[in-house]
Design a protein around this ligand. Structure first.
Ligand code: SF4
Length: 217
């Protein structure tokens, strides 16, 4: 029987150190690679199998990884929506801010990749708390209107009207003054990329067109 690699809480990609704190997400995007790539990301098994790490476990895994090689950013990413575990996210990001203040590592940024539903998920405005500990926010906008958004991100019950909440979240992040706020769209999903770009830029965010990823080679 093939040996299953242990799930990674922390993994590397490019100049970044990525954090996989949950596999849960209220969306089922047509472009999501977590099922298509069988929970693997470039040789990293990201399948937590329902055992989400505690904040202390994430910090311990980070301490081990960060000393191994240089990095430019630490990214809350997934496979899953990081704001599903807001308390863990905030604790770990606060710890990272402490390390930055102590110059424990060369300067780096703290980034959150999110589907923009964090306010709905947590039933409150999470932007002020994020602003204290996160530098860069990348938000999946994905569509030019609610109907297209529903078709593309396939939200769970209770999140069907989430498009306006995502837009509000983007506007609030821009107003809060993060170092950078990026709103993204994925190509080949049927979204009107030009219209999404215009909406993103009108809200004051940078726009990023992500490639639709096919099966992993
Ligand atoms: S929001 Fe992200 S994790 Fe959730 S289904 Fe979409 S691509 Fe996958």
């Amino acid at each position: 029987m093939e040996k299953q690699e242990m799930p990674k809480i922390v993994y590397r990609f490019g100049d970044g150190v990525y954090l996989n704190i949950t596999n849960r997400c209220p969306n089922l995007c047509v472009f999501c690679i977590k099922t298509k790539w069988h929970m693997d990301f470039h040789g990293n098994n990201l399948n937590l199998q329902g055992r989400e790490p505690s904040a202390n476990e994430v910090v311990a895994a980070l301490e081990k990884e960060l000393k191994k090689a240089p990095f430019k950013e630490v990214v809350f990413c997934g496979y899953g929506e990081p704001t599903m575990r807001l308390e863990v996210l905030l604790f770990v990001a606060q710890t990272l801010k402490g390390w930055i203040a102590q110059a424990k590592y060369p300067p780096f940024k703290i980034r959150l990749n999110t589907n923009g539903l964090g306010n709905l998920i947590n039933h409150k405005d999470i932007v002020p708390d994020l602003r204290r500990v996160v530098d860069v926010v990348n938000i999946s906008l994905n569509a030019e209107n609610e109907a297209a958004w529903r078709r593309i991100v396939r939200p769970a019950d209770g999140y069907e009207n989430g498009y306006e909440s995502v837009c509000e979240f983007i506007r609030a992040c821009v107003a809060a003054g993060f170092d950078k706020v990026v709103a993204s769209c994925v190509d080949k999903t049927g979204a009107d990329g030009k219209a999404v770009q215009k909406i993103a830029e009108t809200m004051g965010a940078e726009f990023y067109l992500r490639s639709f990823l096919d099966a992993q080679n």
